[in-house]
Design a protein around this ligand. Structure first.
Ligand SMILES: Cc1cc2nc3c(=O)[nH]c(=O)nc-3n(C[C@H](O)[C@H](O)[C@H](O)COP(=O)(O)OP(=O)(O)OC[C@H]3O[C@@H](n4cnc5c(N)ncnc54)[C@H](O)[C@@H]3O)c2cc1C
Length: 435
């Protein structure tokens, strides 16, 4: 089939790879001059297979007044008379029950595990250099209450097939000696030994080259999609700044821009942008070798080759893409307090912000849309890098229609909201079949 992949972030590029591998004729359309220039560029670099908790949870409800009034340094919601935010927020609140939180965590965990397997297989066939290593991940807690709640979740994930260890403060220090300067008292940590790190930008560029050389995929860079042209229940073509592109099928992978563009075909998607920030500094020999999540400030620290990447912050401020210098200063200040010796903070190599394409239940939209030949691979929120390979592999399988669990389901007209549930059930079913 001739398949057009719309968008060249890490999700679009992995989609192109898995489709190309199956012998499809792939054309990827991307507005920027290179792939992975937007949200996939300088994110936290965590392949965080074990950290799949959704944003929507019972615990967030009492914090909402604090988030809306701007009193939480890590997470802010700017209230707006925005129908998109209202509708997203309503669905978000519906997902804030303990039962939904548990279901959503498990659904994303299953996709994350599939992603880990898909990446391992890909790297066996195509060894790519992207500062990839199994660094493990340590969530550090300073509050006993939060630590006790995290222990319960870690035990559940271990039951669901992903090992997480519960560590005392001494064990945290033994795993990562760089924590010795951690200013506050450590209550304990949750350690995920199988978590990995890697640079999503370097990975995406290398994968683009593989797609071009091995599968003869076409990458139309510097090409902005202006409209999806619908004919009946199908997409007929896409109009771009460099002319019209026609294909048998289309995969929407436009990250935070997905909802806006797909509206031109009459489809509404529950995606809202959540802005985050990162800084990259030269790493010193005291940089943490284990990936650290500071759960108080919701910041991650990750050593990528000779650099230290520090990322965090969740700002719901609409589509505004500007990088607020106060948020960058906040990252630097906190990093200097927590890990004063880990990086050379006088030399900021790069400061960056990106919009996470978030769904209300934190489950990405992967599957066939209400239109016959339009597939969705979008809405990966906080975990797009982690979930990229699994999501690309799933879309390629759906396009082939070879997943027996999905028979009869993806051929039907279904609402995007329903697809989010389908993907959860699909993975659960898949796991049950294995055991
Ligand atoms: C601060 C921060 C830290 C993060 N840390 C992590 C992490 O540690 N681990 C993790 O797993 N995830 C992390 N994420 C989330 C992850 O980065 C995203 O989920 C992921 O990058 C989304 O990828 P995407 O391909 O869907 O979107 P994008 O990377 O934004 O790709 C969409 C592409 O579509 C293109 N596009 C848009 N509109 C058009 C148009 N009209 N025509 C043509 N092209 C268009 C864009 O140029 C872009 O290249 C983080 C995000 C942020 C902001």
């Amino acid at each position: 089939m001739k398949i057009a992949v719309l968008g060249g972030g890490v999700i679009g590029v992995t989609t192109a790879f898995f489709l190309g591998k199956q012998g499809h004729e792939v054309t990827l359309i991307e507005a920027e001059a290179e792939v992975a220039q937007k949200t996939s560029f300088a994110n936290g670099a965590q392949l965080s297979y074990g950290y799949t908790e959704p944003l929507a949870s019972p615990a967030i409800i009492p914090k909402l007044p604090q988030l809306i009034s701007g009193r939480d340094a890590a997470f802010r919601i700017k209230p707006a008379l925005d129908s998109r935010l209202l509708s997203w927020g309503t669905q978000f609140l519906k997902n804030c029950t303990a039962r939904r939180e548990s279901q959503n965590t498990q659904a994303v965990l299953n996709l994350a595990l599939r992603s880990r397997d898909a990446l391992q297989q890909l790297l066996k066939e195509h060894p790519i250099a992207f500062d990839h290593r199994q660094a493990a991940k340590l969530h550090v807690y300073t509050q006993d209450k939060a630590f006790q709640a995290a222990i319960k979740k870690a035990q559940l994930k271990t039951d669901w097939g992903y090992l997480q260890e519960i560590l005392t403060p001494e064990q945290c220090l033994a795993k990562e000696p760089g924590l010795n300067r951690y200013s506050n008292h450590i209550a304990g940590g949750i350690y995920s030994p199988q978590d990995e790190v890697g640079d999503p930008y370097r990975f995406s560029v290398a994968l683009r080259e593989i797609c071009q050389t091995e599968f003869h995929a076409t990458f139309l860079l510097n090409t902005r999609i202006e409209q999806l042209v619908r004919h009946g229940n199908r997409i007929k073509q896409v109009e771009t700044t460099r002319g019209v592109i026609e294909a048998d099928a289309y995969v929407l992978a436009l990250g935070p821009q997905s909802a806006q563009l797909v509206k031109t075909a009459g489809i509404t998607l529950p995606i809202y942008p959540i802005k985050g920030y990162s800084i990259t500094v030269p790493a010193t020999d005291q940089a943490p070798q284990v990936s650290i999540t500071d759960t108080d400030h919701k910041m991650v620290y990750c050593t990528l080759g000779d650099k230290l990447r520090i990322a965090g912050i969740a700002d719901m401020v609409g589509d505004n893409e500007t990088t607020d210098p106060r948020r960058i200063e906040q990252l630097i200040r906190t990093a200097q307090q927590r890990f004063p010796q880990a990086g050379d903070y006088s030399r900021i190599l790069h400061q960056w912000s990106g919009l996470r394409p978030a769904t209300p239940n934190s489950i990405p939209l992967i599957g066939r849309s209400t239109l016959e030949n339009l597939f969705l691979n979008t809405g990966h929120g906080m975990l797009g890098w982690t979930l990229a390979c699994g999501s690309g592999a799933v879309i390629a399988a759906l396009v082939e229609d070879i997943e027996p669990q999905c028979e009869g389901t993806f051929g039907r007209r279904s609402e995007p909201k329903r697809e989010t549930l389908i993907i959860g059930r699909f993975y659960k079913g898949n796991e049950n079949n294995k055991s």
